[in-house]
Ligand binder design. Structure first.
Ligand code: ADP
Ligand code: MG
Length: 232
């Protein structure tokens, strides 16, 4: 469903992605790991069409995403570690605003429905700036889902979250996986997420060190430490 071909990104002299090739099937949940600076955020921004690659192509169902970014954006939801919400609006107002941007039918109903699903409806009229980090991140997830995308990209969605916040988001992700969404997520929280993953992709220095469907925690940790220390 998602096909990445020779993807490269350079920032001046820095080569952040060095020619990535991989495919993701419909309904797959793929986790991206890798040390800081490996290129995880760059990859997810490019896949979300926020950033243009220097070289290479990405296809969704054989559609080139940069040549058809308008069409493709309606199929993609993106959550980064920064929530990017209007702090002086309520959660409901934020979502109605973003629903409008995506031309969602009946924005108010859709916003209310999604806030209920993410258990935010009790406080939907409070200003976002009064929310905890965990609640803000859930509103960010609600925003990413408002137009019912079938593909979800998440860039370290747990950063700064406590145990409860992490567990709530993990449960939401479990439901999204059960709904058949195709999900690609970068994280450092291996123990919280390993059970969700169909496959793991390890990125080091802008290259795929490995991609495997062996999601055994011990195997992964051992291999990760070996490979990361070799490259440092
Ligand atoms: P990760 O998310 O895995 O930590 P990033 O994708 O943020 O990695 O960064 C990959 C590399 O690209 C790093 O060396 C980083 O310093 C560099 N980089 C990222 N964004 C920029 C930018 N806007 N300008 C210059 N260099 C950047
Ligand atoms: Mg990053």
């Amino acid at each position: 469903m998602i096909s990445v071909n020779n993807l490269q990104k350079t920032y001046g002299v820095i080569s952040a992605l060095k020619g990535l090739h991989f495919e993701i099937s419909k309904g797959e949940f793929v986790l991206i790991f890798g040390p800081n600076g490996a290129g995880k955020s760059t990859l997810l921004k490019i896949l979300s069409t926020i950033l243009a690659p220097t070289e290479g192509e990405v296809y969704i169902d054989d559609i080139n995403i940069y040549k058809n970014s308008h069409e493709i954006r309606s199929r993609i939801g993106f959550v980064s570690h920064e929530p990017f919400l209007y702090e002086n609006l309520s959660a409901l107002e934020n979502l109605v605003f973003f629903a409008g941007l995506y031309n969602v039918d009946n924005p108010l109903n859709k916003a209310k429905e999604i806030l209920e699903t993410l258990q935010l409806d009790a406080r939907e009229n409070e200003l976002v700036r009064n929310y905890s980090r965990g609640m803000k991140q859930r509103v960010a997830l609600a925003r990413a889902l408002i137009h019912e995308p079938d593909i979800l990209y998440l860039d370290e969605p747990f950063s700064g979250l406590d145990l409860l916040g992490t567990s709530i988001i993990t449960n939401i992700l479990k439901n999204l996986k059960a709904q058949g969404k195709t999900i690609l997520m970068s994280t450092h929280s291996f123990d919280d997420c390993a059970d969700l993953a169909h496959r793991i992709l390890l990125l080091i220095n802008g290259e795929i060190a490995f991609m495997t469907s062996d999601v055994n925690k011990d195997h992964f940790k051992q291999k990760y430490l070996e490979l990361v220390s070799i490259n440092n």
